[in-house]
Design a protein around this ligand. Structure first.
Ligand SMILES: Nc1ncnc2c1ncn2[C@@H]1O[C@H](COP(=O)(O)OP(=O)(O)OP(=O)(O)O)[C@@H](O)[C@H]1O
Ligand SMILES: [Mg+2]
Length: 271
């Protein structure tokens, strides 16, 4: 398991607990979605995975490293990269290639290897030719792909996308989602925090957080078709699921397991 979290609890100074006994494991190469309403603790959990906040209680292992050991802070940050909602807050240079190089220098990569890594990272996100561009002049989708390139440059084992598509239009979202899912083929584990059921539906497994606790954990077709869970997580069901419930209410079909896909809806209607 590349991530092993057991009984994680966390409170900010003078706050109620934000995480309450969160346990889960993620396998290497898995696409693992985390969903939940505003304030349910998703970003706080993400910051644990990247060693941005120290453990208060419970145990956490990232790529075999104990997150409680301060010596592991930097190795964990390199092994587990983060991409945030608003890339504008992340860029440190007005030149795309320098932005990526800066991260590599921070992690003491040998100076002579940096140009090659920068160029390969930009190419791997489809941004070859954008080396000298000001990150702030890019489109939203391009900005997020540049932010992902900066993380990939460090050869991470895990990448955490904390609502990385939230500010994008449908085309930008599709670009970033396709890129995120393609990382799986490179053996990179993807943790995808999202409010969009259609994105969570493309993950291998989904974990639902509610008030800092794990409300559900399973495959998308198990978790994302449960009315109560969707309601608590403040998620909108997918159209096939919604249509199935409407047809059932109208007595037009007989009960079966609610579908997540169009094909599943078709089967339910033919039964
Ligand atoms: N730095 C902080 N100091 C104090 N409280 C915080 C801090 N960051 C977050 N919180 C609180 O912790 C709770 C969980 O916040 P968190 O950002 O982890 O939730 P989230 O699920 O990511 O929400 P969203 O969907 O809005 O991004 C919220 O009540 C929030 O107000
Ligand atoms: Mg958040």
């Amino acid at each position: 398991m590349i991530i092993e979290a057991s009984d994680l609890s966390f409170s900010y100074p003078s706050s109620d607990p934000v995480l309450r006994g969160v346990s889960f494991c993620v396998e290497k190469g898995e696409v693992f979605a985390i969903v939940g309403g505003n304030g349910s603790g998703k970003s706080t959990l993400a910051r644990h995975l990247n060693a941005l906040i120290p453990l208060q209680s419970g145990t956490l292992k990232i790529a075999g490293m104990d997150a409680a050991d301060p010596e592991n802070t930097y190795p964990i940050r390199q092994a587990c990269g983060m991409v945030f909602q608003d890339p504008n807050n992340e860029f440190v240079s007005s030149v795309a290639e320098e932005d990526i190089a800066f991260g590599l220098q921070n992690f003491n990569f040998p100076e002579k290897e940096i140009p090659g890594i920068v160029s390969r990272s930009l190419s791997s996100v489809g941004l070859s030719g954008f080396e000298r561009r000001d990150p702030h002049s890019l489109s939203g989708g391009q900005k997020q792909r540049l932010a992902i390139a900066a993380v990939l440059a460090l050869s991470p084992e895990i990448i955490v996308l904390d609502e990385a598509t939230a500010m994008l239009d449908p085309e930008g979202r599709a670009q970033v989602m396709d890129l995120a899912l393609s990382l799986k083929e490179r053996g990179i584990t993807v943790i995808m925090i999202t409010h969009f059921v259609e994105e969570a539906a493309r993950a291998d497994r989904v974990m639902v957080l509610s008030h800092g606790s794990v409300l559900a954990l399973g495959s998308p077709s198990e978790v994302l078709v449960q009315k109560e869970i969707l309601k608590k997580a403040r998620l909108l069901p997918l159209l096939p699921t919604l249509s199935y419930w409407r047809l059932l209410e109208e007595g037009l079909i007989s009960p079966s397991s609610p579908p997540l896909s169009k094909e599943g809806l078709w089967e339910a209607m033919c039964r």
